[in-house]
Design a protein around this ligand. Structure first.
Ligand SMILES: [Zn+2]
Length: 320
């Protein structure tokens, strides 16, 4: 082989190396631009992290700890975070308690950016286990693995995805406080945080004031191992187009936990928004045998269920 051929070979080899380097950069760039797929396992870790804080009853150490975790995680993810703080009497207690809704925002802002998508979950837990089969346990607070932590876990993991890739349209994650301290039979004594947030949307100091919103998707009790989410009654009747859009997307994605039959009507954090004329859908599996008992623990939840709901909302965030 002549030296001329060798140098041509070397030049060819260098060109090939340079080309593969460019391809590697391009491939890396494409991977970075694509949001990572929603991981049910990661969401399950975030669910367990919450329950390890103990009960998150309004005003408790656990509640404050989780509030701080949400705020810190949002800041570390480079997302905008705002708090909506007020003091309220609690139906199941005497003294007034400071409640705090946390609002985490991603994507473009401003009038030209189009209507935003709101995703919500309550981060507080119920102070009593009043449905527990053991009467001696009914005064105990619960850790709310499904009723509280499941929806929050999906939103916390979504924050991690939003940190990797901003959505084309604005998204606000609403973490509600004071949802689950109500008295049975008196719906208005529940959902104190969302009631205050929704009823003051016209106030300048409200973090959601003046925002155009396509709708609110509420996640509550979505970690049940045996997950089946029908169309919640208030959502189906008061926001039929938005509800159908969300459930159609679940069908298109082949997510088997969703059913287009209409299920029970549940007074939940979406109702105060429906009352303000904002489309809202509650994704909830109300057939949870451990609801408001001391057995609402991680062992009765599953990563596969969190994956179903997380995959749906991630798709709706990035592909409106
Ligand atoms: Zn509850």
């Amino acid at each position: 082989m002549s030296s001329k051929v060798k140098s041509r070979d070397r030049a060819y080899a260098w060109a090939l190396a340079a080309l593969s380097f460019v391809m590697a950069i391009n491939t890396g760039f494409i991977q970075a631009a694509e949001p990572a797929a929603f991981s049910g396992e990661r969401a399950m870790e975030l669910l367990i992290e919450q329950t390890s804080m103990g009960p998150r009853t309004p005003g408790s150490v656990g509640n404050l700890e989780l509030r701080e975790l949400i705020i810190t995680k949002a800041r570390q993810s480079g997302l905008k975070v705002q708090t909506h703080i007020f003091t309220s009497e609690m139906p199941l207690g005497n003294s007034p308690v400071e409640l705090c809704n946390v609002i985490v925002s991603a994507g473009p802002e401003g009038s030209g950016a189009g209507p935003r998508l709101w995703l919500g979950a309550h981060f507080d837990t119920r102070p009593i286990s009043d449905k527990d089969p053991d009467i001696l346990l009914r005064e105990k607070p619960l850790v709310g693995a499904n009723d509280g932590a499941s929806g929050v876990a999906v939103l916390l993991h979504l924050m991690e995805l939003l940190a990797q890739k901003a959505p084309a349209v604005g998204v606000d994650l609403l973490f509600f406080d004071g949802e689950d301290s109500g008295i049975n039979g008196s719906p208005n004594t529940y959902c104190i945080g969302s009631q205050r947030l929704a009823s003051t949307l016209g106030d300048f100091s409200n973090p959601l004031s003046g925002l155009q919103c396509e709708g609110l998707i509420l996640l509550d009790m979505i970690g049940d191992r045996d997950l089946l989410i029908p169309m919640e009654g208030y959502s189906a009747r008061n926001a039929p187009a938005f509800t159908e859009k969300v459930f159609k997307r679940a069908t298109d994605l082949g997510l088997s936990a969703f059913s287009t039959s209409v299920g029970p009507s549940v007074y939940d954090d979406h109702v105060p928004f429906l009352q303000q004329g904002i489309p809202a859908v509650d994704l909830i599996d109300f057939q949870f045998p451990h609801w408001h008992t001391t057995a609402d623990i991680p062992e009765n939840c599953s990563a596969a269920s969190l994956y179903q709901v997380g995959t749906l909302v991630t798709d709706l965030v990035y592909n409106r």
